[in-house]
Design a protein around this ligand. Sequence first.
Ligand code: NAP
Length: 289
Amino acid sequence: MTDTSQAVLMNGADLARSHVDRTADRAAEFERRTGRRPCLATVLVGDDPASATYVRMKQNRCRRAGIDSRHTPLPATTSTGELIDVIRGLSADPEVHGILLQHPVPQHVDERAAFEAIDPAKDVDGVTMHSFAAMAFGLDGFDSCTPGGILRLLDAYDVDPAGRTAVVIGRSPILGRPVSALLLARDATVTTCHSRTPDLPSAVRTADIVVAAVGRPEFVRGDWIKPGAVVIDAGYNPGNVGDVAFDEAVERAGMITPVPGGVGPMTISVLLEQTVDAAFRQAGPDGTS
Ligand code: NAP
């Protein structure tokens, strides 16, 4: 934990490192018990360079944590049906414990239909409707990775959402909606804002916890922040810029995540953790199934 004069910086980079170390120990334990490593299958449709970089990063982190990865690159012309066939094949393959379909897929592909082809037991990226329902009901299941990372950051800094007012800016299926669901399941009073929300600054001023997931650089201004609030910046824009005007917000926040080094590193660490969870669950108590 690093103190500035105004706010505590929530260090996701350090937290993610210790989190990945624990996951690596558990992956080694899985290998000792079963004679094989946990395995994450990654699927990338098309050749978007940013998506290719994300997938490579995930594979590298897997390797360092003792998790195998198996990559399926597919051409940009892949149809929804072809993609679903590939994902169903991975869902049925007993050697694969977790499946990650890199988002976004090309526009002509029905991403929701492709996500739903992932066996919920292997949905380690938390993208299926099954996982969303588990998050919303506060039941065991896989978290959407960035929202799960945000909750783990809050826990690590002893920020209990229960009884607090949380304002989430953004309602995307991979970020705004699931983080709202997780905060509600943890007894926060949650307002989810979006592009049609009137007077957003006034809504944000009510928040004990602000989650910015907008995709617009420095969109959330410092004078929107209630003094002492916890400010979580999930944004990641070109030039390593978040969705919060950090220099302004840090003057009023009680705690704040930097960009980079805040939410970002937690995302992959949750993916790895959940891949190992999936491997243990699929192996069963005696490690044989
Ligand atoms: P997205 O799908 O584009 O969603 C953006 C959301 O912001 C939408 O719900 C949109 O509202 C809302 N929004 C846009 N303009 C707004 C405005 N003027 N006022 C209020 N709300 C507005 O983006 P995303 O995938 O959720 O990503 C959000 C950010 O998080 C991006 O910076 C992205 O790079 C980052 N991200 C980081 C990680 C990580 O690992 N750290 C992972 C994923 C994403 P409507 O629904 O009304 O359009």
